[in-house]
Write a protein that binds this ligand. Structure first.
Ligand SMILES: *[C@@H]1O[C@H](CO)[C@@H](O)[C@H](O)[C@H]1NC(C)=O
Ligand SMILES: *[C@@H]1O[C@H](CO)[C@@H](O)[C@H](O)[C@H]1NC(C)=O
Ligand SMILES: *[C@@H]1O[C@H](CO)[C@@H](O)[C@H](O)[C@H]1NC(C)=O
Ligand SMILES: *[C@@H]1O[C@H](CO)[C@@H](O)[C@H](O)[C@H]1NC(C)=O
Ligand SMILES: *[C@@H]1O[C@H](CO)[C@@H](O)[C@H](O)[C@H]1NC(C)=O
Ligand SMILES: *[C@@H]1O[C@H](CO)[C@@H](O)[C@H](O)[C@H]1NC(C)=O
Length: 450
C-alpha cells in the first residue's frame, strides 16, 4: 500500500518535472546558447602529426605540434578542428590554443601518462595563494588552456582518461610534493564548450574553469571511483555565465561545486562566481551533489540548479563556507531535486573547509543570504537537514518549500530530522517539520517572501 503510494507520487513528480523543463512552445529549456556554435573551416588529424593510437607510444610531440600549427600557421577565419581518430593516445599534458575544437572520435581515448616526475609545474592561482593541497606551485592540468577564447572539446563520446590512481596513491601515502593536476582546466578564458566527452579517473578535480566567462558543459560523463580523493566533477571557480546541463557525474567528491577563491587570497583577488546554471544533472558521490563552497571568498551569486537526480550520496545539496572566507553566497535557487539514499538531504553550514594558512582574518565572516530550495524529494535520507549559520553572521532569507524527505524505511520512528542554528527564513510545506528557527507555513511559495 505504502509502496504503491510512493510509486504514484514519483510518477507524478516525474511527469511534473517534464512539464517544468519544457518551455511554452515545448522546446527543452537550455542555457547552452550563451556560447554560439562555430563552424570550423579547417580540419587536421592527430595522425598527420605522427599520432599513434596504440596505447604505448607517447604522443606529446604530436599534440603539441598540431596545436602549434593551429596557433601559428594558416589560421583561417572559422578556426581549426584537431581530429583525434579512434585509438588510445598516451600523452603528457598539453596546452590548447584559441579558435580550436579538440574532436574525439568514437573510441578515441586521450590518456595521461603516469610519469608524474616529469609533469610540468605552473604558478598557484592568485585567488588561492598556493596550491590547493600543497604549498607552492601546482601541477598543470592534463589538458590546459590559459588566456584562450573560442575553444571546444567535443566529439562522439571519446574519453579523456587521467589515469589518476598513481596520484591518488601519492595522496594516500602523503608523498605528494605539489597539488595534483586537474584533468581539464581553463584559466582566464572565454567562450568555451565542452560536450559529448567522457572524463575518467582524474588525478584531482575533473573540469575546472577559473577566471572564465561563457562556458558551456553539456552531455558530459564524468567518472571516477567512489573512493578516489578530491575528484570533484565540475568546479566553476571565480567564473561567470556558466551553463552545465545534461550530464552524468559519478566521482569521489562533490559532483558540481561552485567556488571563488580561498580566504585572504580570494578576498584580495575579489573575483566572484555568478550566473551559473546547473540543469538536468544526475549522479552519485560520497560527498555532495550540488555544492557551493567552501572556497567562496570572492563571492558567489545568481546560481540556479534544477532537475537534479542524486543516488547514494553523502549530502544532496551542500552550501558551505567558513570563518576567514569573507565574501558572500547569495541568490542561490535549487529546485526539482530527487535524492535517493543519502546521509543528509540538505546542509548549509558556516564551519566547513580548511584554511590556506594561519594568516586568515578571523573577522572575515561570509554573508549567506537568499537561498531558496524548492521541490526536493528524498527517500532513504538519514538526516533531513542541517543549517548552521554563524553567531556573528547569521544566515538570512533562507526559504525551503515543498521539501519531502523520507527516512530509511519510511516509518515514523525513522523520520529524519532538522537541526538549525543562527538562521532565519521560512519553510513552506516542509516534511518532516523543519526546525523552529524557520517560520513554517502550510501555503505559499518562496517568491512571495522576497
Ligand atoms: C576531419 O578529418 C578526419 C580524418 O582526417 C575525418 O575523419 C573527419 O570526418 C573530418 N571531420 C570533418 C568535420 O570534416
Ligand atoms: C602551457 O601554458 C602555461 C600557461 O600559459 C605555460 O606556463 C606552460 O609553459 C605551457 N606548457 C606547455 C607544456 O606548453
Ligand atoms: C554521447 O553521450 C551523451 C550523454 O550521455 C548522449 O546524449 C549522446 O547521445 C552520446 N552521443 C553519441 C554519439 O553516442
Ligand atoms: C548575469 O546575467 C544577467 C542577466 O542575464 C546579466 O545582466 C549580467 O550582466 C550577467 N552578469 C555577468 C557578470 O555576466
Ligand atoms: C531565485 O528565485 C527568486 C524567487 O523566486 C527569484 O527572485 C530569483 O531571480 C531567482 N534567482 C535565480 C538565480 O534563479
Ligand atoms: C528499517 O531500518 C532499520 C535501521 O536502518 C533496519 O535495521 C531495518 O531492517 C529496516 N526495516 C525495513 C523493513 O526495511
Amino acid at each position: 500500500m505504502f509502496l504503491g503510494f510512493t510509486k504514484l507520487t514519483l510518477l507524478f513528480l516525474y511527469t511534473c518535472c517534464w512539464v517544468c523543463v519544457l518551455s511554452e512552445n515545448n522546446e527543452v529549456i537550455t542555457c547552452s546558447n550563451i556560447v554560439p556554435l562555430k563552424y570550423r573551416t579547417d580540419n587536421i588529424s592527430l595522425t598527420d602529426f605522427g599520432g599513434v593510437g596504440d596505447g604505448h607510444t607517447l604522443n606529446t610531440k604530436a599534440f603539441r605540434e598540431a596545436i602549434y600549427r593551429i596557433n601559428h600557421l594558416s589560421q583561417r577565419e572559422g578556426g581549426t578542428t584537431l581530429y583525434v581518430p579512434p585509438g588510445v593516445y598516451l600523452t603528457e599534458p598539453f596546452n590548447l590554443t584559441s579558435h580550436m575544437t579538440l574532436h574525439l572520435a568514437a573510441g578515441a581515448v586521450i590518456k595521461a601518462t603516469q610519469d608524474s616526475s616529469n609533469w610540468p609545474l605552473i604558478a598557484p592561482l592568485p585567488s588561492y595563494g598556493r596550491g590547493r593541497e600543497r604549498p607552492g606551485g601546482r601541477y598543470m592540468s592534463f589538458i590546459h588552456g590559459d588566456g584562450l577564447q573560442d575553444v571546444v572539446i567535443t566529439g562522439e563520446n571519446g574519453t579523456i582518461d587521467g589515469q589518476g590512481d598513481v596520484w591518488w596513491n601519492m595522496w594516500r601515502k602523503r608523498t605528494l610534493q605539489f597539488t595534483r593536476p586537474n584533468l581539464v582546466e581553463f584559466v582566464n578564458s572565454k567562450d568555451i564548450i565542452i560536450s559529448n566527452v567522457i572524463f575518467k579517473d582524474s588525478p584531482f578535480w575533473n573540469i575546472h574553469p577559473v577566471y572564465c566567462s561563457n562556458v558551456v558543459i553539456r552531455f558530459a560523463t564524468i567518472l571516477a571511483p567512489r573512493d578516489s580523493p578530491n575528484t570533484d566533477g565540475i568546479d566553476p571557480d571565480s567564473s561567470s555565465n556558466v551553463c552545465i546541463e545534461d550530464s552524468y557525474i559519478s566521482t569521489g567528491d562533490d559532483l558540481v561545486a561552485v567556488k571563488s577563491g580561498w580566504d585572504e587570497y580570494g578576498i584580495a583577488y575579489g573575483r566572484s562566481s555568478s550566473n551559473i546554471t546547473i540543469r538536468r544533472v544526475s549522479g552519485s558521490s560520497p560527498f555532495a551533489g550540488i555544492a557551493v563552497g567552501s572556497e567562496t571568498s570572492g563571492g558567489v551569486e545568481n546560481i540556479l540548479a534544477e532537475h537534479i537526480n542524486l543516488y547514494n550520496m553523502g549530502i544532496g545539496i551542500h552550501i558551505k563556507t567558513n570563518i576567514g572566507r569573507g565574501g558572500y553566497i547569495k541568490n542561490i535557487n535549487v529546485s526539482n531535486v530527487y535524492i535517493e539514499n543519502a546521509r543528509k538531504g540538505i546542509k548549509i553550514s558556516g564551519d566547513v573547509g580548511d584554511h590556506a594558512d594561519d594568516k586568515y582574518d578571523s573577522n572575515a565572516l561570509p554573508i549567506v543570504k537568499g537561498i531558496t530550495m524548492a521541490n526536493v524529494w528524498g527517500v532513504k535520507v538519514l538526516q533531513a537537514g542541517l543549517i548552521k549559520g554563524m553567531k556573528h553572521s547569521p544566515f538570512t532569507d533562507i526559504c525551503l518549500s515543498d521539501i519531502n524527505l523520507h527516512g530509511v524505511n519510511g516509518t515514523r520512528s525513522r523520520t529524519p530530522s532538522w537541526q538549525c542554528s543562527d538562521v532565519s527564513g521560512v519553510a513552506l510545506q516542509v516534511s518532516p517539520w523543519p526546525c523552529s528557527e524557520l517560520i513554517s507555513h502550510q501555503l505559499g511559495s518562496c517568491a512571495n517572501y522576497y
